[in-house]
Design a protein around this ligand. Structure first.
Ligand code: PEP
Ligand code: MN
Length: 347
């Protein structure tokens, strides 16, 4: 249920509605909008019997039933796109964002040189895994806190906000200390304890789609985070498992327009994990932007042949430069400049 307040509703009117909702034993989620405030009601199992009473309160314009199983995530709840701003970089705004960096942080030189290279090409967020979810327990598991320290150093050096994965509830405080965005990996999309835990931080969270998750599963996972009070959620399509094995996964770009209708949250697409092959990254990045995504996540490594994880899908820095040039042409056609490229051109 959503209570839409009148444009002239006073703060007292809004507070009075929240109090009535809370007296019903439900939660009131206030969402200020550009012209009017909406109050989302969560915690109810079915229809709210006293809804009619809310409709009669001063300052209330309308009471709308939200039919989707996810509430806070839905467009019905919030019509305007959510824009997340981190240190001057916008995610989900009119311009596009590119997150790039190595799959795993392997050392100082590797991370810092990649960070400089992707920044010069127009990336505005640096990625790098310190805790790695590997299919095999014998594969490299990540540098842990030493990796996070290097990430912080790279941020210091380049000014780029950093995104890194958190795999476990026990790591959340540590990772949140260093990271600007917490990444929740595909394998953890339905780790409900972790979703709730990151929902209680005030760090933006990028939620990757699970390998075999429907859009409904995915949005309900995002709802877990938002229901804990964290409104800064980003969705990331990273390929799903289908019957075909020509690539690592099937890059489901047809999900982008569907998400646009269902949710106000920003949408990032990750052709690196979706396809698993560097040769496919450039064309599928173009396709991702053409599909209407708000940005890309791309793996880049100074020496992919020697990478400790995901080398076969990592781009050499010079190939990343070419990708950015090509993607910019699609971005221009979409009327959505790439943030790092506009800044570079303005200097
Ligand atoms: C990653 O971004 O390095 C990663 C492990 O992603 P995913 O969870 O999509 O596999
Ligand atoms: Mn990877």
């Amino acid at each position: 249920m959503l209570v839409v307040m009148d444009a002239h509703a006073t703060p007292e009117d809004i507070q009075a509605v929240c109090t009535v909702i809370e007296d019903m034993g439900l939660q009131a989620n206030t969402m200020p909008g550009p012209t009017r405030t909406a109050i989302g009601i969560t915690g109810n199992q079915g229809a709210i019997a006293e809804a009619a009473r809310l409709k009669l309160m001063p300052g209330v314009r309308d009471v709308i039933r939200v039919t989707a199983p996810y509430k806070l995530v839905s467009r019905e709840y919030r019509e305007a796109d959510t824009i997340i701003e981190i240190n001057g970089v916008q995610i989900g705004g009119p311009s596009l964002v590119v997150m790039a960096g190595p799959c795993s942080i392997e050392g100082r030189e590797q991370l810092l040189s990649t960070a400089e290279a992707v920044k010069a090409a127009g990336a505005t967020i640096l990625r790098g895994g310190a805790f790695k979810p590997r299919t095999s327990p014998y594969s490299f598991q990540g540098m842990g806190e030493d990796g996070l320290k290097l990430l912080a150093e790279a941020r210091e050096l380049t000014g780029m906000p950093v995104i890194t994965e958190v795999m476990d509830t026990e790591q959340v405080d540590l990772v949140a200390e260093y990271a600007d965005i917490l990444q929740l990996g595909a394998r953890n999309m339905q780790n409900f304890a972790l979703l709730k835990r990151v929902g209680r931080t005030r760090r933006p969270v990028m939620l990757k789609r699970g390998l075999s998750s429907t859009v409904k599963d995915w949005l309900l996972s995002a709802e877990y985070i938002m229901a804990e009070g964290n409104q800064a959620v980003i969705l990331c399509e990273r390929g799903i498992r289908t019957f075909d094995d020509h690539s690592r996964g099937t890059f489901d770009l047809s999900v982008v327009p569907v998400l646009r209708e269902l949710t106000h949250l920003p949408i990032i697409v990750d052709p690196s994990h979706a396809t698993g092959r560097w040769q496919s990254i450039l064309p599928m990045s173009r396709a991702g932007i053409a599909s209407g995504a708000d940005g890309l996540m791309i793996e880049v490594h100074p020496n992919p042949a020697e990478a400790w994880s995901d080398g076969e899908q990592s781009l050499l820095p010079e190939r990343f430069v070419e990708l950015m040039e090509q993607v910019e042409r699609i971005a221009d056609a979409m009327d959505r400049p790439i943030q790092g490229r506009t800044k570079a051109a303005a200097i």
